[in-house]
Structures are given as structure tokens and as C-alpha cells.
Ligand binder design. Structure first.
Ligand code: CAA
Length: 388
């Protein structure tokens, strides 16, 4: 019996800032962003959107297909948690009408935790193959204004159904891990924005790739040449290019630059337009590959490198299932990206600075999202979500 990803759907807010607009205000060349970091736009949540509403929007198409009673566990991965105690997935559980017998828990380890959730989901499904587990990764990437990280913000959520005999990706059990206590990127509980040692974080990312890969080849009989494509964690798309060159060099693979680019380029389209979505970003990259690659990927092996600052990294392998192209949400995703609304720099600042009420009074939140779910109010320190 194989286990893996049966279906995948993502959501990103309907507002975005074009990085040309940011470059103009900062008096920086826009090519620094478009080429240097490989990002064009970054999604900005409306005031009535957060990790819960994005997650529910991403997951709804999957629940509509399998039925709300089919999901036995909901694993919610995020590093922009809205509560120190209550799992964000419990709000999603209600919004999607999931069964009261479905367990829900939230996982945290920077951008890595969706991968931990997937491995845990695979283990649960292996024990009970008639069950399906929903993994949701949802994040708002936010840095201080006028910092180097500002251009690498973004927001999005991805939902995946993990099942036996999956229709999209069979996940192999062998993995390579690397964990190390480092301070490359972190967000203390009292801050809304992340702190980051930017250049250092890119170095730790590459070091962790090497270490996780070395651990992977000890556990698996696979070599670099057994993979046709690679999905990397995508804080910004140039990071994947740097990572892939690094891994190719380590393996003395003999491929030329064009061949190396072909192994990753289709994974990058959506993230260039969404920005960083932390836990969700590698899996939005997987959607991008499956939905944009002209070649039929059936039977091809994909290498996944998941990285979460702090840091935990994991390399694992998945094989694309025959007929996968019939199980995608390509049109919905492309339509969502094409119909977003561009914001001016001032509008971006108002979204960025929208108050985060903490006084316990009743605060109605104005409608901004075009999604199906919204945060309607915060009252008595409670978040009130509604279905539009
Ligand atoms: N035309 C083309 N390219 C240009 C250019 C121009 N006009 N101007 C500059 N560039 C290039 C630079 O040469 C550089 O390329 P190389 O990396 O190949 O040298 C690139 O654009 C970026 O320029 P800088 O190095 O000057 O960029 P910066 O110092 O302003 O910031 C950054 C880059 C450190 C990544 C910053 O965006 C940042 O701190 N981001 C947040 C942290 C991050 O994403 N880290 C990634 C690893 S950690 C992780 O993965 C977890 C996570 O999700 C955060």
C-alpha cells in the first residue's frame, strides 16, 4: 500500500503589492527584486483575513469532494499562530463542518512544520488506511518596514489530503533530517513581525540542505540522478536556484545550467506572485509544478527539501501518480491569482498597519476579503469567524 498526497488546494489573499511599487518608493532598482531575489508580487491579507480564513478557503474544495465526515484528523501547521493555547484548526473544523470525532492539533517549527505534519499524517494513515488526514499549512510572512526582509513578505495557505493509494504523490518512507539550535530567523511571542539575520539565514539553509541530503542518502538507495524535479522551501524563488546549484555541485551531477533550471523552474511560478508563505510555500511550489509542467510527470520522482529556521530541515522523496493531472485545481488557482487586486504603496501601508486590537472591546472588522470565510469581529478577546 502506498501513502501520500491525494489532493492539494491553495489560497492566497486578493490583494498584492507589486515589488516594482516597493522598489520605486525605496529608490531601489526593481530588478533587484524581480531578478535578484526572483519575486514579483507579494500577497497582503485584508483586515478580515488571517491564517484561519485562508486555511478554510484552501481546504474547502477538498472537504466538498470527500465529505466532512471523511477526515479523521486535521493537522494545522503555522508559525503565525493567533493564540498561545487554542489550535487555529479548531476554528477551521467548525467553518468546514468537520465531524466532532475528528482530532485537531497545531504544529510549530518555523517553515518546516507542514512537513512534520505530512510525515505524521502518513504514519496515521499507515495504521488506519481507511482514514484520511487533512494537513493545512497557513501563514502570513511579515517583516518590519524598511528592512531587507520587507520584499520577501507574502501570505497563503495550502491544504492537502493524505490518504492510502493517493492520486497525486506517493511519499517514500526514507527521510534525511538535520536539526541545529541557531538564531537565523525567529519571532518572540511579543512581536508581530519576524526578526531575521538575512544573509546568515541563507547560509544556514544551504548548510542544512547538505546535512539533510547526506542523512537522506544514508537512509535511501536513491541518488541525485534518480530525481526529475526538486521542490525547495521558497522564502523567495532565487533561494531555490541557489539551493539547487549547491545540491548539484555536492553531487557532481554533470548537468548544465539549463538542465538544472528545468528541474526547478515550474515550482517557482506561483511563489513569485504570492511571496513567502512560510509553512505553505514548498507545497504551493508543488502545486505550481504539477499544474504548470508541460511534461507528463507520471512516474517521475520529486525531491523535497523542507527548511524551518531555528532550525529543522528534511529531505524526502515522492513519486507522481499516473492520472494526477485529472485531480488538480489548476483553473481555480490560476483564476484566483489573475483576479487579484494590486494595491498602491499607501494602501499596502494601511493593510500592514491595520490595528490588532488587544483591549477586549468589541471591534467589527470591515469586509475586504473576496474569500468564503472572514474574521468579522474581535470581541472580549475572542475572534469571531463567519461564512460569507
Ligand atoms: N539587478 C539584479 N540583481 C540585483 C540587483 C539588480 N539591480 N541588485 C541586487 N541584486 C541581487 C544581488 O546581487 C543579490 O544576488 P546574490 O544573492 O546572487 O548575491 C540579490 O539581488 C539580493 O540582493 P542583496 O543580497 O543585496 O539583498 P538584501 O541584503 O537586501 O536581502 C535577503 C536579501 C537577505 C534574502 C533578505 O531579503 C532577507 O533578509 N529576507 C528574509 C530572510 C530569508 O528569506 N531568508 C532565507 C533563508 S531562511 C528561510 O528560508 C526561512 C524563511 O522562510 C524566512
Amino acid at each position: 500500500m502506498s501513502v501520500g498526497i491525494d489532493e492539494i488546494s491553495f489560497y492566497t489573499p486578493n490583494y498584492y503589492l507589486d515589488l516594482r511599487t516597493l522598489a520605486e518608493v525605496q529608490q531601489t532598482e526593481s530588478e533587484k527584486y524581480y531578478q535578484g531575489i526572483g519575486q514579483e508580487k507579494m500577497s497582503m491579507p485584508a483586515p478580515d483575513e488571517d491564517i484561519v480564513t485562508m486555511a478554510a478557503n484552501a481546504a474547502q474544495p477538498l472537504v466538498e469532494r470527500v465529505g466532512s465526515g471523511a477526515i479523521s484528523t486535521l493537522l494545522f501547521a503555522t508559525e503565525t499562530g493567533i493564540d498561545q493555547s487554542k489550535a487555529a484548526g479548531i476554528y477551521v473544523h467548525r467553518l468546514l463542518g468537520l465531524n466532532a470525532n475528528c482530532r485537531v492539533v497545531e504544529l510549530k517549527q518555523a517553515c518546516y512544520s507542514a512537513t512534520a505534519a505530512i510525515q505524521m499524517a502518513c504514519a496515521l494513515v499507515t495504521r488506519q488506511p481507511d482514514k484520511q488526514v487533512m494537513v493545512i499549512a497557513s501563514d502570513v510572512a511579515r517583516y518590519d518596514l524598511d528592512t531587507a526582509g520587507e520584499a520577501t513578505q507574502g501570505a497563503g495557505a495550502v491544504a492537502m489530503l493524505i490518504s492510502a493509494n493517493p492520486r497525486l504523490i506517493e511519499i517514500a518512507p526514507e527521510v534525511g533530517n538535520h536539526t541545529e539550535d541557531v538564531m537565523d530567523f525567529w519571532r518572540p511571542n511579543y512581536r508581530n513581525t519576524a526578526l531575521v539575520d538575512g544573509k546568515y539565514s541563507t547560509k544556514v539553509y544551504l548548510k542544512s540542505l547538505k546535512k539533510a541530503w547526506e542523512n537522506f542518502v544514508e537512509a535511501s538507495s536513491l541518488a541525485f540522478s534518480d530525481f526529475s524535479h526538486f521542490c525547495y522551501h521558497l522564502p523567495f524563488s532565487r533561494m531555490a536556484e541557489k539551493a539547487h546549484k549547491h545540491l548539484a555541485k555536492l553531487n557532481k551531477c554533470g548537468l548544465n545550467p539549463d538542465q538544472l533550471e528545468q528541474q526547478i523552474e515550474d515550482t517557482l511560478y506561483y511563489n513569485r506572485l504570492i511571496g513567502n508563505s512560510y509553512t505553505a510555500s514548498m507545497y504551493i511550489g508543488l502545486s505550481s509544478l504539477l499544474e504548470n509542467c508541460k511534461q507528463n510527470l507520471a512516474g517521475k520522482r520529486i525531491g523535497f527539501f523542507s527548511y524551518g529556521s531555528g532550525c529543522v530541515a528534511e529531505f524526502f522523496a515522492g513519486t507522481v501518480v499516473v492520472g494526477y493531472e485529472h485531480c488538480l485545481h489548476t483553473l481555480v488557482h490560476k483564476n484566483m491569482l489573475e483576479t487579484r487586486q494590486s494595491v498602491s504603496y499607501d494602501e499596502y501601508l494601511s493593510l500592514y498597519r491595520y490595528p490588532d486590537p488587544r483591549d477586549g472591546e468589541h471591534h467589527d472588522i470591515p469586509q475586504g476579503t473576496t474569500g468564503r470565510f472572514r474574521l468579522a469581529a474581535i470581541s472580549g478577546h475572542k475572534r469571531e469567524y463567519v461564512i460569507c
